[in-house]
Design a protein around this ligand. Sequence first.
Ligand code: PXG
Length: 289
Amino acid sequence: MKVYINGRLLDEKNAKISVFDHGLLYGDGVFEGIRVYHNKVFTLQRHIDRLYRSAKAIALEIAMTPEEIMQAVIKTCKANGIQNGYVRLIVTRGVGTLGLNPYLCKESQVIIIAAGIQLYPVELYEEGLSIITVGTMRNHPEAINPRIKSLNYLNNVLAKIEALNSGVMECVMLNPQGYVAEASGDNIFAVRDGVLRTPPVWCGALEGITREVVMELARDLGYMVEEDVLTRYDLYTADEVFLTGTAAEIIGVGVIDKRPIGTGRPGPVTLQLAERFKAYTKEEGTPIT
Ligand code: PXG
C-alpha cells in the first residue's frame, strides 16, 4: 500500500510522522472518511468543503488548496488501484513542541490512506441493528463542536466502549439537554407516518454527507423531511429508525434499548432509501483517471 504524506507517495512501512505532531499529542487536526464506488470518488467536493470548514473552525490553515487535495486523493486511489474502497484524509496541526501552543507548529501535515472498508455484516442490513442509548453525552457545542470532524474522537470512542461492553455495535448519543444527537459514528433518522425526521446539527450532530444526500434523495422520492428536535420518545414510537454514514451507508435499526422499533426489522422506507442510495453511488462521483 502507498500512503500519501505531504505530496509524496510512500510505501506503507515508510509512511511515518513525527511523535511531536500535534495530531498525535493532542488530537489536534481534522479528517474525512470518503468512499470510492465504481472507480469514482463519491461526493468528493462535499467532503473537501467540510474538511476546510472543520479546519477553519479550529484555526488550522491547510498548506494545500482544495483543488490540490482533491487531486492528491485521486492520485492516492490510483496508486493503490482502488476502484471500490475507503479513503481516510487527515490534516494535522503538524510538528510542534510538547506544549499546547498551536502557533508553534510549523506546517499542517496532509495524510491520505486509500484502503478497503469494513461494513457491518450484511445480515444486519436485512435484520436491523440493535443499539442502546449511552450515558456518554455528545460534546457541548461550546466545548468541541460536533460539527467539527476533528481528530479528537474520544467522546465517540467512550460512547462506543459503552455500546460494545453492552453487547451492541452502535449507540444513541444524547446532547447535554437530553435531546437525541446522533450515533457514535453515524447520523440518525426516525420515520413516522411517512415523514423523515433527523436532529438539526445544533442538537449535536455532525453535518453528515450521507445525511445530506439521504435528505435530498428522500425529498426527490416525495417524502417530507424535517430537521427537528428529537427525544427518545420519538425514537421509541417511530415506525422506523435508521442510521446514515459513509461507512455504514443506510442501515435500519431494529431495536433500541431492548425495545423493538416498529416491526423490529428494517422498514419499507429504510429499504427504499437504501436502494436509491445504492443507485446514486453509481451516478455520482469524481472519476479516478
Ligand atoms: N456522525 C459522526 C460522529 C461521524 O463520525 C457521521 C456522523 C456520518 O457522517 P458522513 O459524512 O460519513 O455521512 C460520522 C462519520 C467508522 C467511522 O469507522 C465512521 C465515521 C468516521 C470515521 C470512522 O465507523 N463516521
